[in-house]
Design a protein around this ligand. Structure first.
Ligand SMILES: *Cc1c(COP(=O)(O)O)cnc(C)c1O
Length: 815
C-alpha cells in the first residue's frame, strides 16, 4: 500500500474566492456545464457539491474518532426520516451561508432561486419522521457516535394539490433529477431473504429456498452545529438479486426476468402515507424487515471488524426502535446470532435485552401495530418461530410470578389470540427492551397506566419519559433569520447550541425597544408568508391581521374541525355585528390527509368551502380570511411557522402523545391556544400559565365522559352558537351546490363525536375571545410572545438527546 504521504488532496477552504472556484469547478467537471449553458438546476447541483465537499473532512474525522476510541455507538432505527432540505442547513452548520451567497452573486447565479429548487427529502409522514431528523441533528451537534438507519424511498410523502377544494395526491418523485447530497455505497450490500422453508438442524434452523433482495447503502452526512461532528444517515435501497430465484421465475424469458426484478425492487419504492393507522399490507411488512435486516447485518459486520466475538456487543452497540416499525430487529438479531454465529439462546437473548430500547409514540388502538401470524409465518417463517419461542419463555416467567392470574397471560402475550391470531409488535418491543419511553410527561404516565400496565407489574424499572424536542438550528436559526438576528444582537449567537440561553430574553420582555424590534421581525415573516399565499389564486391577505395557524397532518384527533366550527361561529357573529371591535384574523390551515382517510379528506374540503364563502362575502371584508395552503412539508413549515401569531394545538386531551409543531411555534414567538395535552402541558409550565391559552376538558374528564356515556347532542342543544354553526353546515350553507355534502360530518358530530369536539367547543370559543382581547394590547401580547421564546430552552432536541444518551443508550460524546 502506498504511504499515506502519497495520498494527498486539497482540503477546501471557506473564503468567497475559494467557494467561487469550487462552484465553478463543480459546474464544469461534475455537472458538465459552463457559465453559458448552466440551468438553475445545474447551479444548484454545483453549489450542492461545493458545500458537500466542506463537510467531508469532518465526516471522515467523526468516523475515525468513533473507531479509534472504540466508542459505544447508538443506531437509531426509523422507518421515516423527514429531513426536508439539506443545503441551507449544511451552509449554516459549516458557517458558509454568506460566502456561498456572495460567490453565487459573483458568478451571476440566482442564489435564492436555486436554493428554492431543492426538493424536500420527504421520507416521512409527520411528527415521528421529523423527530428522527431533529435527533440526528442533535446527535451530530453533541458529537455522539451513532447513525440513523432507514429506507431510501424512491417516492416520498405524496405531493398534495387542491382541486375544486379537494385533495389530489401526486407521486413525489424526488430523486428524478438525482440527489447530489448522497453517496451510493455499493460495497455495502446485503442479502435480505423472504419466504422459503425451514429445516431444523441440531438446534438451529436452516432457512432455504428464500426469495432474495439486495439492500444497498446510500449515505448522507448530517452536519452538527459548527461541525462539532457529522452523523451518517444510512438509507437502504432495494435491488434485485441475480440469484437462483430470478432464474426459477423467468424460465429463460428475459422480459419476464426484468419484470420479476422490478417486483423485488418494489420494497423500497414508496413511503406508506398513512399516519397513525394500521397498514396490514404485506409490502409494508417486507419494508420493515428489509431495512432492519440490512441494518443489523451492517452493525454486526462493523462490530466484527474490530472485535473477535460478541462478548462486548452490548457494551459497544445500542439500538433504538423508533416506534414498533423496526421491532423485527429483535428476532432478526436473535436469528443472526444463533443461526449465523452459533450463539445459544440465553446468550443471544441476553444481548438483545441489553441492546434494544424502544419509544412508544401513540396509545391509540388503531395505531398499534399487529401482524397476522399467518402473514408473518409465510413471509418470515424463521422470525415467526423465534417470536413464538420468545413468547413461550416469557409466558412461563409471567406464570411463575403471577400463577393465579390467567387473564394476565392472555392480555400480556405477544400473540393476540382472539379472532385472527396476530403478533403484538408493541409487546414484543417492550419485552425486548431495557428501556421504554413515552414522549411527554402526560403520555408516559398514560402509557404505564393503560396499554403497558401489565408490563409495569413485570418490569417497572423499564419505563421512563423523554419529552420530545426540536432542533433550534433548523427551526429558529434557519427558518427565522429576522428573529435570530435580533436575538443575536442582544444575547449573542450561542443559543444555537445552548438553547437555555434564551432565558436571558426574559429581562427584555418589557423593554419597549426590544418589543418593537420583536414585532418588526414577526411582521417581516408575515410579509414573507403573505407573498407566498398570494401565489394561491384568489387569496388576498392582510399582513396586519392576526395570523391564526393550524398546520399538521389532518386527523380527527387533532380536531381541525373544531377550529372550523369556531371560524364558522366567528363568521356568523361578525355578520350579526359587523361594526363591533373585531380583531381582523387570517385563519391558516395546511396538512395532508392519508389517501384512504375519508373524514380527514372531507375536512380539507370543508375548510376550502368555508374559505370560499367567507373570503367572497363582501360584508366581511378583511375582518376574517381563511386560507388552506397546499402541500404542507418541512420547507413550507419553515415559512409558515415563523409568521404565526397564534398556534392551534387543540387535540382531544390524552391523544397527542407530545406534538413538536407546538414547540416550533412557541420558539418562533407565537402564543399557543391549546388543550391540556402532550407537551402543551410542559410548554405551559415553562412559559408560565399567563402566557398560554389553555381550554377544554383534561384527559381524566375525557376518559370519564367516554366511560359514562358521552352525549354530543346535549352540547348542541345547549349552545346557541354551536347549534347555529352545525345547522348551517347541515343545510349546505357552505356547499349550496350540494347541500348534503357535509352530512357525514354533521352525523359524526351529533351521533358519536368520539373526539369530543362539542364538549370543548364552548370553552374554545370563550378562549378565542381572550386571544382577541390580548391581541388588542400589542405591548402585552408581544411581552407574552417574548416570554414564550424565552421559555423554550428545555424543548431543544439537544436536551432530549442528552437524556437518551445518558439514561437509555449509555453513549458518550466523542473526545
Ligand atoms: C413538525 C412537523 C410535523 C409535526 O407537527 P405536529 O403539530 O406535532 O403534529 C408534521 N409535519 C411537518 C412537516 C413538520 O415539520
Amino acid at each position: 500500500m502506498p504511504a499515506t504521504a502519497i495520498f494527498q488532496f486539497d482540503k477546501p477552504t471557506n473564503s468567497v474566492e475559494a467557494l467561487r472556484r469550487s462552484i465553478s469547478n463543480r459546474l464544469v467537471y461534475q455537472v458538465g456545464k459552463d457559465l453559458h449553458s448552466a440551468t438553475q438546476r445545474d447551479w444548484l447541483f454545483a453549489v450542492f457539491h461545493a458545500v458537500r465537499d466542506r463537510i467531508m473532512d469532518g465526516w471522515r474525522e467523526s468516523l475515525t474518532q468513533a473507531e479509534d476510541q472504540d466508542a459505544k455507538r447508538v443506531y437509531y432505527l426509523s422507518l421515516e426520516f423527514l429531513t426536508g432540505r439539506a443545503l441551507t442547513n449544511a451552509m449554516l452548520a459549516t458557517d458558509i451561508y454568506e460566502p456561498v451567497k456572495q460567490a453565487c452573486a459573483l458568478l451571476g447565479a440566482d442564489f435564492d432561486a436555486l436554493i428554492d429548487l431543492e426538493p424536500d427529502a420527504g421520507l416521512g409522514n409527520g411528527g415521528l419522521g421529523r423527530l428522527a431528523a431533529c435527533f440526528l441533528d442533535s446527535m451530530a451537534t453533541l458529537g455522539l457516535p451513532g447513525m440513523g438507519y432507514g429506507i431510501r424511498y424512491e417516492f416520498g410523502m405524496f405531493a398534495q394539490r387542491i382541486e375544486h377544494g379537494q385533495q389530489v395526491e401526486e407521486p413525489d418523485y424526488w430523486l428524478v433529477n438525482g440527489y447530489p447530497w448522497e453517496f451510493m455505497r455499493p460495497e455495502l450490500s446485503y442479502t435480505i431473504r423472504y419466504g422459503g422453508r425451514l429445516v431444523p438442524q441440531n438446534g438451529q434452523s436452516l432457512w432455504l429456498d428464500t426469495e432474495d433482495v439486495i439492500a444497498t447503502a446510500y449515505d448522507s452526512g448530517v452536519p452538527g452545529h459548527q461541525m462539532r461532528s457529522v452523523v451518517t444517515m444510512r438509507l437502504w435501497s432495494a435491488r434485485a438479486s441475480g440469484g437462483v430465484n430470478l432464474d426459477a421465475f423467468n424460465r429463460g424469458d428475459y422480459i419476464q426476468a426484468v419484470e420479476a426484478k422490478n417486483q423485488s425492487e418494489n420494497v423500497s419504492r414508496v413511503l406508506y402515507p398513512d399516519d397513525r393507522t394500521e397498514h396490514g399490507h404485506e409490502l409494508r411488512l417486507r419494508q420493515e424487515y428489509f431495512f432492519v435486516s440490512a441494518s443489523l447485518q451492517d452493525i454486526l459486520r462493523r462490530h466484527l471488524k474490530n472485535h473477535s466475538g460478541f462478548e462486548q456487543l452490548a457494551d459497544k452497540v445500542a439500538i433504538h426502535l423508533n416506534d414498533t416499525h423496526p421491532a423485527l430487529a429483535v428476532p432478526e438479531l436473535m436469528r443472526l446470532l444463533m443461526d449465523e454465529h452459533q450463539l445459544d439462546w440465553e446468550a443471544a437473548w441476553g444481548l438483545c435485552t441489553r441492546i434494544f430500547s424502544y419509544t412508544n409514540h401513540t396509545l391509540m388502538e388503531e395505531a398499534l401495530e399487529t401482524w397476522p401470524v399467518e402473514l408473518l409465518g409465510r413471509v418470515l417463517p424463521r422470525h415467526m418461530g423465534l417470536i413464538f419461542d420468545i413468547n413461550a419463555r416469557f409466558l412461563a416467567e409471567v406464570h411463575t410470578r403471577f400463577p393465579d392470574d390467567h387473564a394476565l397471560l392472555r392480555r400480556i402475550s405477544l400473540i393476540e389470540e382472539r379472532g385472527v391470531r396476530r403478533v403484538r409488535m408493541a409487546h414484543l418491543s417492550v419485552l425486548s427492551s431495557h428501556k421504554v419511553n413515552g414522549v411527554s410527561a402526560l403520555h408516559s404516565q398514560l402509557m404505564v397506566d393503560t396499554i403497558f400496565s401489565d408490563f409495569v407489574r413485570m418490569y417497572p424499572e423499564r419505563f421512563c419519559n423523554k419529552t420530545n424536542g426540536i432542533t433550534p438550528r433548523r427551526w429558529l436559526s434557519l427558518a427565522n433569520p429576522s428573529l435570530s438576528t435580533l436575538i443575536d444582537s442582544r444575547i449573542g449567537p450561542d443559543w444555537r447550541q445552548d438553547l437555555d440561553q434564551l432565558a436571558q430574553l426574559r429581562d427584555l420582555a418589557d423593554e419597549p425597544e426590544f418589543q418593537n424590534a420583536f414585532r418588526l421581525a414577526k411582521q417581516q415573516n408575515k410579509r414573507r408568508l403573505t407573498d407566498l399565499m398570494a401565489r394561491c389564486p384568489g387569496v388576498i391577505v392582510d399582513p396586519h391581521s392576526l395570523f391564526d395557524v393550524q398546520v399538521k397532518r389532518m386527523h380527527e384527533y387533532k380536531r381541525q374541525l373544531l377550529n372550523v366550527l369556531h371560524v364558522i361561529t366567528r363568521y356568523h357573529r361578525i355578520l350579526a355585528q359587523p361594526h363591533a371591535n373585531w380583531v381582523p384574523r387570517t385563519v391558516i390551515f395546511a396538512g395532508k390527509a392519508a389517501s384512504a382517510y375519508y373524514m380527514a379528506k372531507l375536512v380539507i374540503r370543508l375548510i376550502n368551502d368555508v374559505a370560499r364563502v367567507i373570503n367572497n362575502d363582501p360584508l366581511i371584508g378583511s375582518l376574517l380570511r381563511v386560507v388552506f395552503i397546499p402541500n404542507y412539508r418541512v420547507s413550507l413549515a419553515e415559512i409558515i411557522i415563523p409568521a404565526a401569531n397564534l398556534s392551534e394545538q387543540i387535540s382531544t386531551a390524552g391523544t397527542e402523545a407530545s406534538g413538536t409543531g407546538n414547540m416550533k411555534f412557541a420558539l418562533n414567538g407565537a402564543l399557543t391556544i391549546g388543550t391540556w395535552d402532550g407537551a402543551n402541558i410542559e410548554i405551559a409550565e415553562k412559559v408560565g400559565p399567563d402566557n398560554i391559552f389553555v381550554f377544554g376538558n383534561r384527559a381524566e374528564k375525557v376518559a370519564e365522559l367516554r366511560g359514562y356515556g358521552y352525549l354530543p347532542r346535549s352540547y348542541y342543544e345547549g349552545n346557541f352558537d354551536l347549534k347555529f354553526a352545525i345547522d348551517r353546515l347541515a343545510q349546505g350553507g357552505f356547499s349550496p351546490e350540494e347541500p348534503g355534502r357535509y352530512r357525514d360530518v354533521v352525523n359524526v358530530l351529533l351521533e358519536s363525536d368520539y373526539y369530543q369536539l362539542l364538549a370543548d367547543y364552548g370553552d374554545y370559543c370563550a378562549c378565542q375571545d381572550k386571544v382577541d382581547d390580548l391581541y388588542r394590547r400589542p405591548g402585552a401580547w408581544t411581552r407574552s410572545a417574548i416570554l414564550n421564546v424565552a421559555g423554550m430552552g428545555p424543548f431543544s432536541s439537544d436536551r432530549t438527546i442528552r437524556e437518551y444518551a445518558t439514561d437509555i443508550w449509555g453513549v458518550a460524546p466523542l473526545r
